[in-house]
Design a protein around this ligand. Structure first.
Ligand code: ADP
Ligand code: MG
Length: 722
């Protein structure tokens, strides 16, 4: 019965959190980056010429000169050994969305019974993990199970501390023998470089001699914390990352969480500890409480180069998991751990820029700067309109399906929020472009200045999936569990296409003798005419928007199954091939893996639902039903008129549960005739509804069955007792 549950509650109450590892008087600046092989460390430890060569690679994205690799490796090894590292690991980001590492000892036996710490340049720049267990969607032949990892020089190596010995970690790409991407980092680097090439063409048209353009990403991460005792009593949280059962708490999200005064202190201890760990790793963290749901919090680190931000984001998630365990809690990154309670997202804030021109999405002060800003904004408008379906597919997963379009996160329709002022500017341009003369209420490029655009618009539209927020765009559809690399690859690539289009149009017009400002005006007006339909400043949660979006021809890809085919549409295949980000085989493999992951995760959830429903929920309900029946029998035998209404009230959901479990078992057993898509469709259309039916009866029973028979920790307990 409820022994497990009551014991968990007792244990939580008795729990004493660990002291925060904090040295009094320590300033965050002192520990920041202390475990990172940063450019500062390199400058101190490398010969000048080697340092310059590495720096050129970091800043210009040129490949690392193999001649300097030995010197870098040797300096890195000495530094890591001083930091207590015994092993090194190539860290890579396979298509499971997780982080993988292959650890090797620094020590090489030298044959006389002793060992030497060795770390050669070729070991630094290339590793060969046996990677046959990572998903590859048919890219790796079975006879060639190896994958290759190679250091992303732009992302610094770091030492990860562990009580059992420290490890030097090297962020790497992961490719097949034939050079095809098996990971998230490879396409991210390729897409950054494609975007940069075309952004620089545009900047040259504006008269600059630009340094390398990069894309920036600032990921905001939402998460839940649950006490480990409750977590361990919930097989669904352990195995699926979300609760598959659980009635809504008697009070909703407005529940007064001051009731448990100890919560903030314990969470604060956790936050201070995570922050400290992140600082040591050079991750610029800023923590803050999120008030949306009980037990839910958010962290937003400072934005960085997209590939570094992406590595840091992955590292942040593993750090949070391990620090939470140290504090007796489990950190949940699932998009929807609790039904009926707000889910978690990972907002991807995006901008692009370089050392010479700064942020290219920052409105300028002069008409000339304005024009440049508007061109980059227009590129975003074209990109998001043309490839909205692709953006949607970049955030598609079984878990994120629970959140998108559920009136707490943006809908599955991808649109852009510009804010009133900026939308108005584009309206005026559209008019002026059409007539090529200044009329009242129109704006002329190169003549007029922009109105003051609020850098932090107070009326932020939280319902938009892609919102301009003063100096960046915020993509709000990504889920909390996902890597930011997927969305960033798409954003960079579709920006490459849009900037390529703009650069070519402007180059052609100027070559034909058109005045530059006029050419800019024309291209902006044309983009608004062709792609303005994607701009929507209204309420994205409303039903009217669903209708209007359809009239505007915007896609509404509600589920992962609807969204994934976008990856292999003719448009997408051509786009990624043109910009050298993915070849067709790579795209097909990603499509297959997307379906495979979807089917796997729903399969796990379905089997868990069946098992928990059969072995935990149903027995509790039947025992209670029996008790009630015995009570009725006893009363009747004693000659007292028995009220059977409660027995009947319990018996209805018991019968419904039994029948729902049978249906679920059939759906899970069903042999699907067809490909991965057919299996995914079966999961969506048969397994998920069957799971929902089981849950409906089970949750009804949770509200009826005697508390002492119920063993699963309740929502109330998991969400409010920390
Ligand atoms: P809010 O929570 O209101 O959206 P924050 O100040 O917390 O705003 O910022 C959210 C994220 O946006 C942070 O990670 C921040 O570093 C990032 N960000 C700020 N400016 C830029 C930019 N120019 N490019 C990319 N990300 C940015
Ligand atoms: Mg934000």
């Amino acid at each position: 019965g409820n022994k497990v549950r009551l014991q968990a509650i007792k244990d939580v109450e008795a729990y004493v959190p660990p002291a925060v590892s904090f040295t009094p008087g320590e300033a965050p600046g002192e520990i920041f980056g202390e475990n990172v092989f940063s450019t500062t460390v390199m400058q101190k430890r490398l010969p000048k010429s080697v340092y310059k060569s590495v720096l050129a690679t970091i800043e210009g994205s040129a490949p690392l000169d193999p001649l300097v690799a030995d010197a870098v490796a040797s300096a890195m090894k000495d530094w890591a050994l001083e930091k207590g590292a015994t092993h090194y690991a190539h860290v890579f980001y396979p298509l499971t969305g997780l982080t993988a590492e292959k650890h090797d000892s620094f020590l090489d036996p030298v044959g006389d019974g002793t060992a030497l710490a060795e770390f050669a340049g070729k070991t630094l720049v290339q590793g060969e993990p046996d990677a046959s267990s990572f998903p590859n969607g048919g890219l790796r032949n079975t006879f060639e199970a190896r994958g290759y990892t190679g250091w992303d020089v732009m992302s610094p190596a770091y030492v990860l501390e562990n009580p059992n010995g420290n490890t030097l970690c090297i962020p790497t790409v992961f490719v097949s023998m034939t050079g095809e991407a098996l990971d998230h980092k490879t396409p991210l680097l390729r897409s950054q470089s494609a975007m940069a090439d075309h952004a620089e063409r545009v900047l040259r048209l504006f008269g600059h001699e630009p340094s390398r353009v990069v894309s920036y990403c600032g990921p905001e991460q939402e998460y839940f914390l649950v006490d480990s005792h409750f977590f361990l009593a919930r097989p669904d949280l352990i195995n699926a990352g979300r609760t598959l059962f659980g009635a809504k708490p008697p009070k909703g999200q407005e529940f007064d969480d001051h009731y448990f005064g100890a919560i903030p202190e314990r969470v604060l201890g956790f936050m201070m500890d995570t922050e400290r760990e992140l600082f040591k790793l050079g991750i610029p963290a800023k923590t803050r409480h999120n008030e949306v749901a009980p037990g839910q919090f958010e962290i937003a680190p400072m934005f960085e180069r997209a590939n570094v931000a992406s590595d840091h984001q992955q590292l942040l998630m593993t750090t949070f998991k391990s620090v939470a365990r140290k504090h007796g809690m489990e950190c949940l990154f699932h998009e929807k751990p609790f039904d009926g309670v707000n889910g978690s997202g990972k907002h991807v804030n995006f901008s692009l820029g370089n050392a010479t021109e700064g942020n290219l999405l920052l409105p300028g002060d002069t008409p000339h700067d304005n024009a440049q800003f508007l061109v980059f904004c227009a590129a975003v408008i074209r990109a998001v309109h043309k490839y909205g379906g692709l953006l949607r597919s970049s955030v598609a997963s079984a878990s994120n399906d629970h959140r998108l379009g559920a009136n707490e996160a943006p809908p599955a329709i991808i649109s852009i929020f510009l804010g009133d002022q900026l939308a108005d500017v584009f309206d005026q341009i559209a008019k002026g472009g059409a007539t090529r003369s200044k009329e009242k209420g129109t704006m002329m490029i190169g003549v007029d200045s922009l109105p003051d655009l609020p850098t932090d618009p107070g009326d932020r539209n939280r319902t938009s999936p892609f919102a301009f927020t003063g100096n960046r765009f915020e993509f709000r559809a990504p889920g909390s569990l996902q890597t930011v690399a997927g969305p960033m690859v798409v954003i960079n690539t579709i920006m490459a296409e849009a900037l390529d289009h703009i650069a070519t149009t402007l180059e052609t017009a100027v070559a034909a003798g058109t005045d530059f400002d006029e050419a800019v005006q024309d291209v902006l007006a044309a983009i608004i005419a062709d792609h303005g339909a994607v701009i929507f400043n209204g309420n994205g949660y409303s039903d009217e928007w669903q209708v209007e979006a359809e009239q505007r021809g915007l896609k509404n890809l509600r589920t992962t199954v609807d969204a994934l085919p976008e990856l292999v549409s003719d448009d997408a295949l051509a786009l990624f091939e043109t910009y050298g980000v993915f070849n067709h085989r790579e795209m097909h493999s990603r499509y297959e893996i997307g379906l495979e992951q979807y089917v796997l995760s729903i399969g796990v959830e379905g089997r868990l639902t069946l098992e928990m429903g059969t072995t935990t929920v149903l027995p509790a309900a039947v025992r209670y039903q029996t008790e009630l029946a015995q009570n009725v029998a006893a009363l009747t035998a004693a000659g007292v008129e028995a009220d059977t209404s409660l027995l009947l009230e319990v018996s209805a959901p018991v019968a419904a549960l039994c029948s729902a479990l049978r249906t679920l078992a059939e759906a899970l057993d069903h042999e699907v005739d067809g490909d991965a898509m057919a299996e995914a469709v079966h999961c969506r259309d048969a397994v998920l509804p069957a799971m929902a039916a089981v849950r409906t009866s089970a949750d009804a029973l949770e509200g009826l069955v005697a508390d002492d028979l119920w063993s699963l920790p309740t929502y109330q307990e998991m969400l409010y007792i920390l």
